[in-house]
Design a protein around this ligand. Structure first.
Ligand code: ZN
Length: 286
């Protein structure tokens, strides 16, 4: 092997064909890839076990994804914002209601004053004490003017009462709506929490199982797997299935297949394309 890989001991190149079939430099199937990482060996059963660890890790990832994307999260957020919005409207309606109540009291007071003054004028008119024609005319004119004023003020009172009624009805309606939305929000939160608890329980069980299976995998193999898993989007070990790497889905070419075929059963083989640990099984198509 010397010429193609100077400085790399043969023992570090697991996928090379046995030295009984030497290759020339131009025939060499893989110029560099295997020299990157030191050779790792692991019993075939341990490599299969690594696939179990991988499957459990995938389940944990899926559970985390399910936890983060529960529809109840978005539902609860939407309800919360809806409740907040209606609460603001309710506060505004109640403010309008109390403002108009004050306005009404004030306007009614004005009506009372005008009415009292008109009554006094009327009394004076009927008492016969005012005899001067000019004074009488002035008194009658004031009574007429007060009557118009009272009319206007009563119209204002009616308008205020109408606005107050509208605000009151609106506040009542909004209070019902807020209560309804709050109940719905509480129900959604309860549903979300129940789903989260269920996912957490399942994750706990999977984590325990994962710890148990991983404990049986040799430490160096597990370490390599963890490193690759981090680099390769959560998949560090893949099955070689019908000549395909199940990590990157690519089919191994004939040279790569020959390398895998030639590798010792306990050699830890890597995918030429994605660098993941490639685990051989009876269905590898070798
Ligand atoms: Zn691959």
């Amino acid at each position: 092997m010397g010429p193609a890989h100077p400085g790399v001991p043969p023992g570090h190149r697991p996928l090379d064909p046995p030295s009984a079939v030497p290759l020339t430099a131009s025939q060499s199937p893989c110029p560099v890839s295997h020299s990157r990482s030191p050779q790792l060996n692991a019993a075939p059963a341990d490599q299969i076990r690594l696939l179990d660890v991988q499957a459990l890790d995938v389940r944990l990832t899926q559970l985390a994804h399910r936890r983060d994307t529960l529809p109840e999260h978005a539902e609860a957020r939407a309800l919360e914002s809806d409740v907040a919005q209606r609460r603001d409207l309710l506060v505004a309606a109640r403010t309008e209601e109390s403002d108009t109540a004050r306005e009404q009291a004030k306007a009614e007071q004005d009506v009372d004053q005008v009415r009292q003054r008109a009554a006094r004028d009327q009394q004076r008119l009927e008492s016969g004490l005012v005899t001067n024609p000019k004074d009488l005319e002035s008194l009658q004119s004031e009574i007429a003017s007060l009557a118009r004023r009272q009319d206007d003020l009563e119209t204002i009172v009616l308008d205020i009462m109408e606005r107050q009624e509208t605000a009151g009805a609106r506040a009542k309606e909004l209070a019902v709506k807020v209560e309804e939305l709050e109940a719905k929000a509480a129900e959604t939160a309860a549903r979300r929490d129940a789903a989260l608890a269920e996912i957490e329980a399942e994750s706990g069980a999977v984590r325990a199982e994962r710890a148990e299976v991983a404990a049986a995998v040799p430490a160096d193999l597990l370490k390599l797997y963890e490193k690759l898993r981090e680099q390769q989007g959560g998949i560090g070990a893949a099955r070689l299935y019908q000549r395909h790497c199940e990590g990157c889905r690519l089919e191994l070419n004939i040279t790569e297949l020959n390398e895998v075929r030639a590798a010792a059963p306990d050699a830890v083989v890597r995918c030429e394309n994605c660098r993941r640990i490639l685990v051989r099984t009876p269905k590898s198509g070798l």
